[in-house]
Design a binder for this molecule. Structure first.
Ligand code: GDP
Length: 466
């Protein structure tokens, strides 16, 4: 036991070790995206499909028949919550199929493969073990990187100026106007302001805005109600013992005790990354929402660009994310005849993020996927036209229904370019009511869950190490 544990530690430290004559490698795959982007569903389906492999023909090692076994193992990090794979899979495939609970904090799962190497000599060399450590974390937390460069005074000044222009900030601004930052600290007042500020952040997120940090206000994990999340922007003389001074102190504590440890302990160790985005939801809301989402994604992806932040650059040193996949989720809401256009839109958003600075050697790709396919395709005629529809079981009624979501533009610049028509509608009103339940996903062992291009996503992310 002890000897083995020693070997395990070495494995996680240097990512390479030999146990009982068998080579062991580990790779850390980060999965992120804003709330509701589809992280939980993605990881659950990826793991189920890697365990079964019946629908993973796009993964080279699977089509080559080189994966001898795949199995779940205890994860290397003892203090991190385990990704609740079994519970999430049971939600999707149980007797009363429903979508699993979404990501609220960082969690981890280790999946291990026994693989034979490819090539002529591969068969002679025997099998090796490859560990895949999947790290799930909220994209909101990545946006906190911008805070590291700012003092409380700078952050408050910039944010309050932006809030003046947003009507849904009125509630917080009114409370702030009623507050004397130089008065002695008063905890009830601090809590009241923090609650009102959190409401503002929620509204900003609903509006698709990128500046929704501090990210833990929206997704507190186990920090809910703690002083480190009980502050709000304000300006004042910051005299000793004052409310403003205490707010500044908590802001600094948030940076030092929440943001930095997350980047140091989790983010900095990621080898490969997938960033998920619910682009169709934004397209439905209109071109301005897509442009906003583009800004948010640029901000979020900038965490993966070296040099963006001096502290982070020092932290990660020469280590970089090697591969970055930017994926539109829920592609099963569209007929496959439109998937190329969705991919084109993702590629355009990724290019925007890349144009401002590159990802220094990281391989990047854009894709449209459905981690879980909840629909089937169907052609319908409406007023003499043939429409490419998708049919699924509606969540509310439990009844089957076919929908035509609308047509994406041929040119993605119609949605994100400077000449976009902010009032244009590309997806029909129908799209808004497309809420499909994950029914009929019974997982037959060896078969896996129905998906769209999940195998291709896996090939890009981990194909080369299997
Ligand atoms: P998270 O907040 O990023 O963890 O998001 P979830 O994985 O919980 O997904 C949010 C919601 O998006 C789910 O409850 C589903 O309604 C929907 N969803 C996610 N992935 C898919 C998919 O592949 N297909 C379909 N049809 N819906 C999906």
């Amino acid at each position: 036991g002890d000897v083995l544990r020693g070997v395990e530690e070495t494995t996680t430290q240097i990512g390479h070790a030999v146990t009982g004559g068998m080579f062991q490698d580990s790779l850390r795959l980060g999965v992120t995206g804003l709330s509701q982007a589809g992280k939980t569903v993605f990881i659950t389906s990826l793991v189920a499909n890697l365990l079964d492999r019946g629908r993973m023909g796009g993964l080279q090692a699977v089509s080559d028949g080189r994966i001898e076994a795949a199995y779940l193992q205890p994860q290397p990090d003892d203090t991190l919550p385990r990704f609740e794979y079994e519970r999430h899979l049971a939600a999707l495939t149980g007797p009363n199929p429903h979508w699993p609970d979404s990501t609220r904090h960082v969690s981890q799962l280790r999946l291990s493969f026994r693989v034979r190497s490819g090539g002529v000599l591969g068969g002679l060399r025997g099998a090796r073990v490859q560990h895949l450590d999947i790290i799930d974390y909220p994209g909101e937390w990545l946006l906190d990187l911008t805070l590291l460069d700012k003092s409380f005074a700078e952050w408050s000044r910039d944010l309050l100026a932006a809030m003046e222009r947003r009507d849904y900030a009125a509630g917080y601004l009114a409370r702030l106007a009623d507050t004397d930052p130089d008065a002695p600290h008063d905890e009830a007042r601090a809590q009241d302001l923090a609650a009102s500020f959190t409401d503002y952040l929620g509204a900003a997120r609903n509006a698709g805005l990128p500046d929704i940090s501090p990210g833990r206000f929206l997704l507190p994990g186990d920090l809910a109600g703690s002083p480190v999340l009980t502050f709000a922007p304000m300006t004042g003389s910051m005299a000793r013992g004052s409310l403003g001074r205490e707010m500044a102190r908590r802001y600094d504590a948030y940076k030092a005790q929440v943001v930095r440890p997350f980047f140091r302990d989790h983010f900095a160790r990621i080898d490969r990354q997938i960033v998920l985005a619910d682009v169709l939801g934004a397209v439905h809301a209109g071109p301005d929402a897509v442009a906003e989402l583009g800004r948010t994604m640029t901000e979020l992806l900038s965490a993966f660009r070296p040099g963006r932040n001096a502290w982070l650059t020092r932290l990660v040193g020469g280590k970089r994310v090697e591969r970055l996949l930017f994926a539109a989720t829920k592609a099963d809401h569209l007929h496959h005849s439109q998937h190329a256009k969705l991919t084109g839109l993702m590629a355009a958003l990724l290019r925007q993020a890349r144009d401002r600075a590159d990802f220094a050697g990281a391989r990047t790709e854009a894709m449209a996927i459905a981690a879980v396919r909840a629909t089937v395709e169907e052609q319908r005629t409406r007023g003499g036209d043939t429409l490419d529809c998708v049919r699924g079981t509606q969540i509310d009624s439990g009844k089957q229904a076919a929908f035509f979501a609308g047509d994406l533009p041929e040119d993605p610049m119609a949605l994100i370019g400077p000449a976009r028509d902010g009032a244009a509608k590309w997806l029909d009103a129908d799209f808004g009511v497309m809420q499909f339940a994950p029914v009929g996903l019974t997982r037959r062992p060896g078969d896996g869950l129905a998906h769209i291009r999940l195998d291709r996503a896996a090939q890009f992310l981990i194909g080369d190490i299997l």
